[in-house]
Write a protein that binds this ligand. Sequence first.
Ligand SMILES: [Zn+2]
Ligand SMILES: [Zn+2]
Length: 327
Amino acid sequence: MKSPVHRCRDVDHGRGQTGTVAVSECLQAEQRIPVSKDVITSSSTSGLWFIRDTCGIVCAVITWLLVFYAEFVVVFVMLLPSKNLIYSVVNGTVFNSLAFLALASHLRAMCTDPGAVPKGNATKEYIESLQLKPGQVVYKCPKCCSIKPDRAHHCSVCRRCIRKMDHHCPWVNNCVGENNQKYFVLFTMYIALVSLHSLVMVVFHFLYCFEDDWTKCSSFSPPATVILLILLCFEGLLFLIFTSVMFGTQVHSICTDETGIERLKGETGKWGKMPCWEAMQEAFGGPLAFSWCSPFTGLSCRKDSEGHAAVMQGEIIEEDVITIPLS
Ligand SMILES: [Zn+2]
Ligand SMILES: [Zn+2]
């Protein structure tokens, strides 16, 4: 077989960069780093995933600080001074459990590879190893020189192509993709629940303080108590609305098997859509179980092998980026 005829096109932005320059650059760069199937499979599954983006890191730290602020007000302003021990123990347990699950989900969403395509795998050797049939075409990302599986998009913050990328979220300092969408959904759910719970407790505490003497309802002075409670109220309302909307949007995206980017770009219908329940099971890693709500159960291994299998079988023949010649 003759060497493949290459055609580059920036599919992310539709600029139509046609020509052989970008391809030859990619191939030259890759020739310095031999890429084998083993490397491709292991590079996205091993090691800690963390995006070094200043804005994202600041947003992630702010998220944790806001949770710790809520924790402080709930425990030290509302629950500890309360005379009702059962009320304090029950609400303290529920609130701390939800806050712990929210932060654990945040950590998993932030430090899980969202489904990154190995950088620079668009080598001549790798394309030949795919054993594509004559006339078949595959996507190639001109920015990270990778062969893009179907439904992958390039993220300029992560500087990688991400499989089933929904969006890049600075609050979790990571892309939301096929491997960490579950953790992101859980993060929004637990933050919404913890916000709702703290709002209910603030209302009860205000009622309790109005009925009782203000000096006895908190270990802080009445003005400090009011300011701390109002700030928590504001934070709770803001995050309840924000995370509820995000949770609803994410569940809708999973259910309709269509990512946020695909909806924005109007790419609907280019792939065989899964039924809602099947898509939910795929995103949450199996049949409906308690593990759906746990940020400690993973799903990356199965999904990773599936993602690469799609490339290996040369099933991506949607648009021409690299075309295998007919003879
Ligand atoms: Zn890319
Ligand atoms: Zn990203």
